[in-house]
Design a protein around this ligand. Structure first.
Ligand code: HEM
Length: 407
């Protein structure tokens, strides 16, 4: 346990580290990757380029340090990150390496201000935080290993079928090459997909939500093709899946992970809201609800630019016809002439609170949502305005977005 004095040192230096946040983390990654280039096989190179992960990991260390005297308060967030780490294959032996270069970067950037006292307090605090992650991740590895059909690390799957779901989204049906059982999963969970492009030096790993109900002989992921746009380069793995992968191609998958999951014990109505490719975990939840909980009322709301980009509309409409407890509502920002003629959508423009209140039968429900950041912000704000309790609001960002606030 850290001394009261060290805790004070840590808490008083967090704001200083945050001011130098980007400089420290940029230097940290330079040091980390020049000394351990093999870690480029695990880290997302695109996040590195965009600076996203550069802030996520280090900010999480600082935020955890603020709670160093009560780490129990941030366990839920440690678990959320732990799921991601477990699915990527982060191991206990990686922690001292990350700690070494993070501390080195802090020392370099702070210069004379980084006294010995400050540095040793941080070294100790990092060790405590790392231990919290390591022990939670250890449990996760054990659970995955012992689960029926579960496995350690990455396992070879074959693309059995590819189905085009919209102009930009395709579903990939994946079956294990060893033909053995596959682990069950909770609706909302994801898998990590690892690929190595021909001639590439490093592997690339990305997470994709499982988009069907658990219990099938395959896993299904539904992936959006991410084309290059302005400063952003094309999605390395999504482009590979759309352009190079085909039926028969082998993909390496880690076992399902993630804590953004449907609470199936809750019997209240459920509202599933998605924007764009954020529909993938929602479809898994929807298929689970209609298959296993057919009496639970479901409102399924989806926002798309227009019908051409709206994936799985026919499947969801077919479910709504068979299940009277399911109501579906689509909102298109820019419907096409065909969308208008075929009445593919229910609202034109963007989702707002008034419309949500008009289509959701009652406020007392559980809300799950996923989509692009502006969509998520609008939904979150609308639900808050409506007075929905925080405990009933569940969401997931795609990409590094965890915030280490106590929950
Ligand atoms: C992702 C925190 C240690 C590898 C993340 C994220 C956070 C985080 C907040 C983003 C989560 C998300 O995407 O939802 C931490 C903290 C650590 C730590 C606080 C130390 C106490 C490590 C170690 C490794 C590692 C030791 C392995 C060398 C990764 C990778 C990602 C990630 C590969 C995925 C994002 C990307 O590739 O850009 N971590 N992490 N982390 N972490 Fe850690």
């Amino acid at each position: 346990m850290l001394s009261t004095h060290s805790i004070q040192v840590i808490k008083s230096t967090v704001p200083v580290l945050e001011i130098h946040g980007v400089t420290i983390t940029k230097r940290f990654y330079e040091l980390l990757f020049s000394n351990h280039p093999e870690l480029l096989n695990i880290f997302n190179h695109a996040n590195q380029k965009q600076g996203k992960q550069q802030t996520a990991l280090a900010n999480a260390v600082y935020a955890a340090a603020l709670h160093i005297d009560n780490l129990a308060a941030i366990i839920p967030v440690v678990k959320q990150i732990g799921h991601k780490h477990r699915s990527l294959g982060v191991k206990p032996e990686h922690y001292p390496v990350v700690g070494k270069y993070l501390l080195m970067a802090i020392k370099e950037v702070l210069g004379d201000a980084a006294t010995e006292e400050i540095m040793s307090a941080w070294a100790e605090a990092y060790g405590i935080i790392a231990d919290a992650f390591i022990s939670i991740e250890k449990e996760m590895y054990e659970e995955t290993r012992s689960q029926a059909g579960g496995w350690d690390g990455f396992r070879a799957f074959r693309i059995d079928r590819v189905v085009k779901e919209s102009e930009v989204i395709s579903s990939f049906y994946l079956v294990p090459e060893d033909n053995r059982a596959i682990a069950s999963f909770l609706p909302g969970q994801y898998v990590s997909v690892k690929i190595k492009k021909e001639g590439a030096e490093y592997t690339q790993i990305r997470q994709y939500s499982l988009s069907d109900v658990s219990g099938k002989p395959y896993y299904r992921i539904s992936v959006k093709r991410e084309d290059a746009y302005q400063e952003r380069s094309e999605g390395a793995v999504s482009t590979y899946l759309h352009q190079c992968a085909q039926e028969g191609t082998t993909l390496m998958l880690s076992a399902p992970a993630g804590d953004f999951v449907l609470d199936t014990a809750d019997e209240r109505p459920v509202v599933l809201l998605s924007g764009g490719v954020g529909l993938t975990p929602m479809i898994s939840m929807l298929n689970t609800l209609t298959e296993h909980y057919p009496s639970r009322p479901v409102t399924f709301i989806h926002a798309a630019q227009h019908g051409g980009l709206h994936a799985m509309r026919a499947q969801v409409n077919a479910l709504a016809e068979q299940h009277p407890q399911l109501s579906v509502h689509y909102c298109y920002a820019q419907p096409t002439e065909e969308d208008r003629q075929q009445r593919h959508y229910h609202k034109e423009g963007y989702i707002d609170l008034a419309w949500l209140q008009s289509v959701i039968p009652g406020a007392n429900a559980s809300y799950y949502f996923c989509g692009p950041t502006p969509f998520m912000a609008v939904i979150n704000e609308s639900l808050q305005q409506w007075g929905i309790p925080q405990a009933d609001i569940h969401f997931e960002f795609f990409g590094p977005a965890a915030s280490l606030q106590p929950v």
